[in-house]
Every structure is written in C-alpha cells, then in structure tokens.
Design a protein around this ligand. Structure first.
Ligand code: ADP
Ligand code: ZN
Ligand code: ZN
Length: 679
C-alpha cells in the first residue's frame, strides 16, 4: 500500500487547494498524477476537482484527512502547462485556482458519474462526417499577405505579432495559409500541432468554421463557445484535450482549453471588448493568450484593423512585431468613402436624414444591400408624459425602462424587470404617453413605411434570442434575401457581406462625451469596423460606389475626421500621447474594487475601510465613489480605483490587500477586478 497527499483545487470561493489522502496499490490501480480529475467529499457534498499537486505530507492531522473517492485515471491528466496557465490566471486576477480551472471543464467531467469517452468521441466523428468536405481553392495571396503568412509560419519561439490590416484586407486568409504550413510541418510526427483561433463573437464562428473546414478537409476541427449543447461541448473539449483536434476555434472561454500540442495562437479582431469577461473571473482572453504563448514559447498573432491601444503600444515600442496589410484583398475592392451628414442642416425625420434615405433608395434600385447601424435595441429608450414630466424609470435601477413594441412591454435592460405599458400616466392620468428617442425597432418600423417593398431585417439581441436564429439571419443576408439590414454592434464585427455598398450610422454622438476615457477608442474602432462592412467586393458595372454616411451634430469633431481619413495610425498615436500625459493605461496599471449593498453608505463604508487597511507606498488609492449607474436590481454599487506605474508592484500590493480585505467585517459584497475596462 502506498499513500499520497493530493492537493486538489475545487471550485469554491476559498483560496487554496485542499488536502486529500489517496492510498492504493500501485500495481493494481494507476497512481494519480497532477492534472488528473478526482472526486472527493466536500462538506456534505461530493465534488470533482483537479489535482494541483501531489505530496507525501499534509499539515492536517491524519484523522482530519479525508480519502479521495475516485481518480479519473482513464482520462489523460491535464498538462503541467495547462495547470500553470490556470495558476497564473488565478494569481494575477486574485481568484481561487479552482474557480479558474474547474468551470471551463465539460459538465460530464465535473459530474461523479462514470465516463464514456468513446461515446463522446463517436459523437464528434459523426458530426465531422455531416460536414461536406469539398476542399476549397486557396486564393493566391497578394504580396503583403504572402509576406505576413511567411513571417508567421517561419516564426520560432515566443513571437508576438500584430497583423495590422485594413478591413477586408484578407487577414483570415493569412491565418489559414500560415496554419496550413504549421500543420504540414508536423503532420507526420507523433504529436501533430494544434492551432487555436479565437474570435470575439459566437456569430462569427460558423463563417470561420466553414472556411476552415473547406480549407482543411480531413482535419478535425473543434469549436468551443457558450452556445454548444453539453454533449457537443464534451466531444469538442475532449478532441482538443486528446490532441485529435488540430484546429480549435472558439470565443474567449476557449483560451482555457486543454491543448497539449498547441503551436500557434491567433486572435482575430484582437481589439474587441468581448475578449474581456465581465463577471466572475474577469479575465482578458487576449492577455492570457499572450501569456500562454510566452510560456509555451510559440508564436501568437493578434489581428485587427483597429488594434487596442495596449497592443498598438507594444507594436510601436518593438515588443510586438508589426505586419501590415494596406489594401483590400479582393481585386478592385476599395475602402468606402466616409461622409458626414450634418443633422443641424439636414434635419432627420424619424431618425433618418433625407440624404441617407436617398442613398438607401439608390441601393434598392441597384439591387445592392445597405446596413444601418444603431447601437440601441428596443423601440424607444424611454416613454414620458408631456403633461407632468413623468418618465419610465425602472423602480429597481438608476435606468429607464425601454419600450419594446412587438411585445408591448417596458423592459429594464439591467435587471430584466418587465411591465405592461401603462394606459395612462401613473402620476397625472394623461393618456397620451410618448416614446422618446429611437431604438432599432422604431427605425425598422419607420423604414418599412418609407420603403414598403424593401426586404428589411433587424438583427439585435432581441431578434436573435432563439438558438440558431442569429445564424439563420446572417445566412439570409449572405444569400441576398435582405435589402436593408438594421442592427446593433452584433452586425458591426467581422462579417464579410459581399453585396453591401452602403453603411448608415445613425446616432454615434453620445459616445463622444462619455466620462469613460476608453469611450473614444471604442467608438473609433466601432465606426471603422462597421464602415468596413461596405465595399468588400469590386464595384459592379452600373452599381454604386461603396460609402459610409454618418449622421452627426458634431461634424467638426476630430474623431470623425480620423474616420473619414481611415487613419487609425494618427488617431491611435494622438490617443496614446493623451494617455501618457494623463497617466492612464497602458502607461499605468489599474485595479478596481467594487462593493455593493442594499444601501449605498454600506458599500462606501467598506471601500473607505479598504482604502485605509494596509500601507501602500507607491500605490495610488483614489476616493471611493458611487458607480455611474448606482443602483441595479435594488442594489447600490460603489467603486474604488487603485493605480500604480509598475505592474509587479501593483500585483504585490493586491496580494497583501486581498488578505486584509477578507478580514474586514461588512455587509457589502465586494469583488476585485484587475485591468478593468469599464470604469
Ligand atoms: P478581414 O478579416 O481582413 O476584414 P477577410 O479575411 O474577411 O478580411 O477577407 C475579405 C475578403 O477577401 C474575403 O471574401 C476573402 O475571401 C477575400 N480574399 C482574401 N484574400 C484574398 C486573395 N488573396 N485573393 C482574393 N480574395 C481574397
Ligand atoms: Zn403625467
Ligand atoms: Zn432595472
């Protein structure tokens, strides 16, 4: 008989691995290793955790040590590199290891029931065979694409690369042809390479998945995103873990996948805010990806037409290599002309100016598609009473209830409260309540009146709630069944619409004056990206030149000037200078402590104590303040921003601080976010 002490990471809020005893006969049952999953008793429950380390001794007395119930030795252990990644993320984001390592595992692995690996893998094989593998031709790369693909395929060791290519420059093709070569290098070795490709939106995976499958017939492709059914997730996760999947495509959560033979990471649209998880473990998949690439000493490619300022800064300072694609890839496809429509001169009727209506009309006559972008869903953001000034405030949040006309409801987008639309003003009884402002539903309704023959489709979170409906909607656009597409940021990203020659941007001004210092970076990227959906094919004979029309009340604003000039460089350089002078990221590092409670003073009081509980030389602790949207779902929220010029110094402080914070007696719930993006 042998005995081992297993240190097991469990998905609990407690910040350590738990000791359990394993005893067995090594001749009869395989000895557990770090990275194996193990079922253990925990309180009155039985749970599955990951063996983080194995030792001979425990600090616990023998009679307190519980026995492991079972070790899943039939599943190859998660690798040391994977455990190191989880450990790094846990450390860096100040969360328990188990909270990083466990939730990403498929549910069936986390359950106590016996495993059937065969069944899961058969499911994948069946899925594979339903995809028709008609190999697609590889287009001949243009000179810049070729250089980029060569450079990526030839890179050795940790080689972070920014692939900076204008919208439509064919970045995907560069990734795929680099991937072809990396896979070919190792195809006949014992451990063929795996490649991880991350995309920001689940809706972009099918498009890329089709491209990848067409390009790599016979290669197992796994996808990992939150839309998978449990059985699919299990099959795809296993294919990645067992090294069978050569290409793994996924959204941010895929960065924590087990990929034992990972040789290249690609992050498409690396600037996209979706790479940041906004709850629980608030990680940046992009930052973790760079760490993972460094640890494995492999190349990583960050692709974008509008890189994040962090990445741009690294490229400018030479830490990342910059590869540039200046032209659109398709012959004669050119970037659209961007024009501003001054709304003071051309007064919009129902949210749309006559200039934009005329441009839409031309597209309809030419049989071309148009896209109207408005980042506000619902019918109207608020309803009000002209007589007494009543507005539809949410009773539980510092926010308006949004009018949703198809369902005849008022809805709070923050706490999901739903109400029937009042027949009359709750304060004065006036029956004439007015919708104020416009969301996508109202624009759709109005356009259908102006263009009764047009096939109009709205794509936003409301119109795509059913599983598969977003995909069906995008398919119908690609098939040409849609003349005018109206949508929120869902339609702005990555999509390769071939017949689209007009983009109208309805109401971007509000973001110009936001209190959030990142708002202009985000707005600029969004405008460049949505503009980039136009003119992705060559102009047809007799067809219209592609254009982007932006409706604004501030036509002089320099941000719009940079969009018109398609000049990311100049804009980014100016923003970086501002950030350097103002002492903002990426020149300093931040962490945000949030507190919430039934009453604001409780949250503020906790933050006050937090700001004074440890010495903090070299660290700036700002005053606690209520969050801009103070109340959500009857809970008041406040925050405290911590800043430091050195990342290691900030990290060292946070470690000590977390310990002290846990000692504070408070009724507030609190959480810490490292590198916050919404302040
Ligand atoms: P990006 O991601 O840079 O915005 P995409 O990768 O979507 O651009 O490519 C834009 C379009 O150009 C796609 O339709 C793609 O098939 C096409 N394309 C890419 N490279 C080439 C090439 N070398 N020759 C012809 N077409 C290309
Ligand atoms: Zn009233
Ligand atoms: Zn609410």
């Amino acid at each position: 008989m042998e005995q081992r002490i297993l240190k097991i990471a469990l998905d609990t809020p407690l910040d350590f691995a738990f000791d359990y005893r394993w005893s067995g006969d090594a001749d009869l049952s395989p000895v557990p290793q770090a990275g194996h999953l193990a079922a253990v008793p925990f309180g009155r429950r039985e749970v599955v955790g990951v063996i983080a380390a194995i030792g001979e001794h425990s600090d616990l007395p023998q009679d307190k040590l519980k026995d492991v119930l079972a070790v899943r030795t039939q599943l190859a252990p998660l690798s040391a590199a994977w455990l190191a990644l989880c450990r790094f993320a846990a450390d860096y984001y100040q969360r328990p290891l188990g909270e990083v390592a466990i939730p990403g595992l498929p549910k069936n692995l986390r359950a106590l029931k016996p495993l059937s690996l065969d069944r899961a893998l058969k499911k994948l094989a069946k899925e594979e065979s339903t995809h028709d593998a008609t190999p697609a031709d590889m287009p001949v790369l243009n000179a810049e694409q070729q250089q980029a693909a060569d450079a990526i395929a030839a890179a050795e060791g940790f080689a972070p690369t920014l692939l900076y290519g204008v919208t439509g420059s064919g970045k995907t093709e560069v990734y795929l042809q680099a991937a072809v070569r990396i896979l070919a290098h190792t195809a006949h070795t014992r451990n063929p390479a795996q490649i991880l490709i991350l995309v920001p939106e689940i809706n972009l995976t099918p498009q890329l998945e089709n491209n990848v499958r067409a390009r790599f017939p016979g290669v197992t492709v796994a996808t990992l995103h939150s839309g998978l059914a449990e059985g699919e997730r299990m099959a795809h996760w296993l294919a990645a873990h067992l090294g069978q999947a050569r290409i793994v495509l996924g959204t941010r959560l895929a960065i924590l996948a087990s990929l034992p033979h990972l040789k290249l990471i690609i992050i498409d649209e690396e600037h996209d805010p979706s790479y940041k998880q906004q709850e629980g473990l608030r990680y940046s998949a992009r930052d973790l990806a760079v760490w993972r690439a460094r640890q494995l000493a492999i190349p990583i490619v960050l692709g974008s037409a509008t890189p994040s300022l962090e990445t741009w800064h690294h490229a400018q300072s030479g830490r990342y290599r910059k590869l540039e694609l200046r032209e659109r890839a398709i012959k004669d496809a050119v970037l659209p002309a961007v024009r501003l429509i001054d709304m003071e001169r051309d007064k919009p009727a129902e949210g749309i100016t006559s200039t934009l209506i005329a441009a839409l009309k031309r597209r309809l006559e030419n049989g071309e598609q148009s896209l109207l972008f408005l980042n506000r869903r619902g019918y109207a953001p608020v309803i009000n009473c002209d007589a007494c000034g009543w507005v539809s405030n949410c009773t539980r949040c510092t926010a308006f209830m949004v009018l949703h006309k198809p369902e005849n409801r008022l809805r709070c987008h923050h706490c999901s409260l739903e109400l029937r639309i009042p027949k009359s003003c709750p304060t004065c009884g006036n029956v004439d309540l007015q919708p104020l402002g416009r969301g996508t539903q109202r624009i759709e309704e109005n356009l259908q009146r102006v263009f009764p023959q047009a096939r109009i489709l709205r794509i936003d979170a409301d119109s795509t709630r059913r599983k598969g409906s977003a995909q069906a909607a995008f398919d119908s656009v690609h098939r040409g069944d849609v003349d005018i597409l109206i949508g929120t940021q869902m339609v702005a990203k990555g999509h390769d619409f071939k017949n689209l020659t007009l983009v109208g941007i309805l109401n971007p001004d509000t973001a110009l004056f936001s209190h959030d210092y990142r708002a202009s970076e985000r707005l600029f990227a969004q405008l460049m990206q949505v503009s980039g959906r136009a003119g992705r094919a060559a102009q047809k004979e007799g067809g219209s030149a592609s254009e982007v029309l932006i409706q604004t009340r501030y036509p002089q604003h320099p941000l719009y000037g940079a969009v018109i000039a398609h000049d990311y460089d100049r804009f980014a350089t100016a923003l970086l200078e501002e950030r350097a002078q103002a002492g903002l990221p990426p020149f300093i590092y931040q962490a945000l402590l949030r507190a919430e409670a039934r009453e604001l003073p409780i949250a503020l009081d906790f933050l006050q104590q937090a700001s004074a509980c440890v010495e903090h030389p070299g660290i700036t602790i700002n005053d606690p303040i209520p969050m801009t949207m103070t109340r959500v779902a009857n809970v008041d929220r406040a925050q405290l921003l911590v800043e430091c010029a050195s990342r290691p110094a900030l990290q060292a402080f946070l470690k000590v601080w977390m310990g002290a914070l846990r000692e504070i007696k408070t009724r507030a719930r609190w959480s810490l976010e490292v590198d916050p993006v919404d302040i």
